[in-house]
Ligand binder design. Sequence first.
Ligand SMILES: Cc1ncc(COP(=O)(O)O)c(C=O)c1O
Length: 429
Amino acid sequence: MNRTDRKLHALAAAAGRDLPDPMAGFVDLAGIRESVEDLTKAFAPLGRVQHTVAAKACGLAPVLRYLGDLGVDAEVASPGETAVAEAAGLRGARLVLDSPAKTRAELAHALAEGTAINADNFQELARLDDLVTTPRSVLGLRINPQVGAGRIGDTSTATPTSKFGIPLRDNRTAIIDAFARRPWLTRLHVHVGSQGCPPELMADGVAAVHALAEEINAERRQVTSIDLGGGLPVNFASEDPGPSYADYVATLLAKVPALADGRYTFVTEFGRSLLAKNGFLVSTVEYTKVAGGRPIAVTHAGAQVAARTVLQPEHWPLRLTALDARGRPKTGPEVPQDIAGPLCFAGDLLAKERPLPLLEPGDLVVAHDTGAYYFGAHYAYNTLPRPAVHGFTVTERGEVEFTPIRRAQSLTELVADAGAEYVGALPEA
Ligand SMILES: Cc1ncc(COP(=O)(O)O)c(C=O)c1O
């Protein structure tokens, strides 16, 4: 059964059980397995590759554990992501620590655990000079290859002035010198951007960093691995996934055939391409109205689960489907309507003037391709709860089994997060 059919079965089954919450996320477990198979098969020509998932794309412990069981480690970029990955059973050398703002404590923890670290800048390298004794961790340096931006400026990290990594064109000699003075530096890291960067641009970044590795190694063999980052774009316009991992590896090898010569091992850090197509959000339509002639459906999915879509709709549009209350696709003429979220600002719209069969209270709206960077990246405005997330599997006969990944945040938890323990701590007004 393919991904689309599994989704239809899961939607009908979830609606048939009267979705317990007004909005929830769903994760296609078989879809994740297929994505991991595509990934590992595609990269096989590169020899030894440690595949990690970018935890920021979906920092949910059961998903990280599931990926871990499939042989995928984790790239973490904060103490929180590290703690969740460790709780999911991924620790030590199964983690790679990035982030441009690692504290001394984070670095010390990673070093004690044997977690790989990609230093972001020269000051961080100087900190490592103090902390590194006999490193168990693989230690690397993040390079900004300065190959330019993709379609979305905010997620392009290889621009001339990006905040990430050490700009290569500006610092080539200093980077080579930094390696010469630190025999424990053995890895180069590059991540050109996330969504909107075509595979050719990503490959340009890898080519620049491979050339740098060769230059460093011309003196003595020091760089033994290259972390290729993530960033493969996803097609949000249809069920077609977009460029495959195999397409990307073909682009890489066309540009740098030497990547397959066995002289380097590799790390990958994909997030969106592994998970986006394997998740979706479902919200009930609570009310409908017409304003200035425009139909509006008020749902429970707004900026709290889809901040980027709501705030930058031109870059992050989502495909939506209208279902009836029993989870069946709605029919009828398509009418342009706003799909609104519950937050208290007028721009809290999941889609504007979207042609869909006219929605009614009790209908469902599906936001497709939201398995990465949506229900795992909550925005706490209006004290709205993080939604429940359910994993699902579908048998060949179409039976759907749901397994909990996260329950919805409770009112008690929301109250605690709002500082309730200090409610009497301020001096009397
Ligand atoms: C260092 C690093 N690696 C990996 C990723 C994952 O990117 P993507 O989800 O586009 O594959 C990101 C995302 O921003 C990142 O910053």
